[in-house]
Write a protein that binds this ligand. Sequence first.
Ligand code: GLY
Length: 591
Amino acid sequence: MRSTVYVLGCLIAGAVSAQQAADAVDPEAAGAGAFAGFPEEVAASLDAKAAGVPVVSDNWMVSAANPHAVKAGADVLSAGGTAADALVAVQAMLGLVEPQSSGLGGGAFLVWYDAASGHVTTLDGRETAPLAATPRLFQTNEGEPMGFFDAVVGGRSVGTPGTPALMAEVHARWGNQDWASLLQPAITLAQDGFSVSPRLAGLVERDQERLASSDVTAGYFLPDGVPVQAGDRLVNAPYAATLRALADRGTVAFYTGEIGASIVATVQGAENAGVLSQTDLAIYSVKEREAVCARYRGHDVCGMGPPSSGAVAVGQILGLLEGYDLSAGPQDVEVRRLMGDAARLTFADRGRYLADSDYVPVPVQGLLDPAYLAERAKLLAGDDALPEVSPGDPAFDHALHWADDVSLELPSTSHISIVDAAGNVASMTTTIENGFGSRLMVGGFLLNNELTDFSFRSHRDGVPIANRLEPGKRPRSSMSPTIVLKDGKPVLAVGSPGGSRIIGYTAQAIIAYLDWGMNVQAAVSAPHAVNRFGKYDLEEGTAAAELEGGLSEMGFEVGTRALTSGLHMIAIGEELRGGADPRREGIALGG
Ligand code: GLY
């Protein structure tokens, strides 16, 4: 396996610093032995990230949120496996070592570039609402929205998981390695125990009250009532047993077998009980959907359409900015004005029109129509922040009469980017929604709270909301797994966790690469400035915070805060160059 650190020296002033990055991953600084015992190339990759330079390789590359998971994927790729095989191994391992973000109890979206056909397709493994769920699931008896965590914690928020079905589908379509062998590294580590990472330990510490709401979950994360610490060895025998059942019998064990029965019993027996049934599990299916692509700077930016808002929103932001020059870079307040208001216009459309297109008509083409975006982009021509932003009127052959959405998504989730030796590209964002999901655990994995991605209100002033909860519907997502192509060939794979900020993180990474000329590591490390619904969030402790005065003078409401993206990005050219977000624990590894 050859994986070299390639020093381009293109760090930008005020990016998440090498020291911040090192603090996030350094075993000495972060907790005894958290990343000890990895081979040299993993250590080299951690060093590359801390130094702000990409990892470079000739044949294949994987970038994801935890070194154990990346190593599992790298081993598959170096043995001749495809990106699909590696994806299965990475996801199985993430469910063990980064259980708070994604896993068998959640859902995912995949964007896939097939090297043989040159075709980009997407697979929708999103969770679905149970057939017995009603639009009032998250409302009080008075019809008012429940408090967010009153809805999240317990069985009420759990949708039918899609990740196991997606893993099997991906493997069946594009894998060439034995299915069981792909799960084995995670089985072995679950049995032997893994070293708790600093990030997992910190999140357990912060969430201990909610984790204590379930005895099973508390028993795992808070043994004897004490949060697990960085460097603790954590054995997960139930997860090993779950993966063994999947290895032996495939997803039947999950959707119609004993694992599914345990999920249903747990959801229905929880204090805040849910309505998920065995029928919901039995009828679950992964959906293939056309990739949604937008033009930007001579590239095709392709991603996941509804029920995700990701590709439409990233495409709208880029489309609105297409006619403006952003080359002055991230510290230019005018560039940030344009990016901030482009995002606000996008979020106004998203809140009104984006939902599961199997249930409501979504004007995807109209929203991405260059003429529509060019007209709306004229709103950006002034010097100050837009005083008001409202949804536009995209062309569509169906009456569009929706009220604006009311839903809250908090940062969580994980992103995986992979390129294999044959040139196939996988960009998958995977989630259980909130950190630790519903806080319910079955078979060694956490169950999602994805249903809280629906609007808690079903209507406003008598007008229905497109993203209202309906039986069998998939909640709107912000997940934005993306593949960027030039002349039909892939040049970038990128995506991030981060709730509805995913859209801003992903759009900025693409702009950083295409407009600001940054290498992939600098692009993911670049300080964030994210606007969604009006407030401009600037990343504290970075150069982005210096924009506060200028943006305030333009009329933006501005604040600084942590902006914990988890971008994993691969640039594809003569060589492969990988970057991993220094704000989290991931790495890129190539060969
Ligand atoms: N739950 C995160 C998302 O789907 O956007």
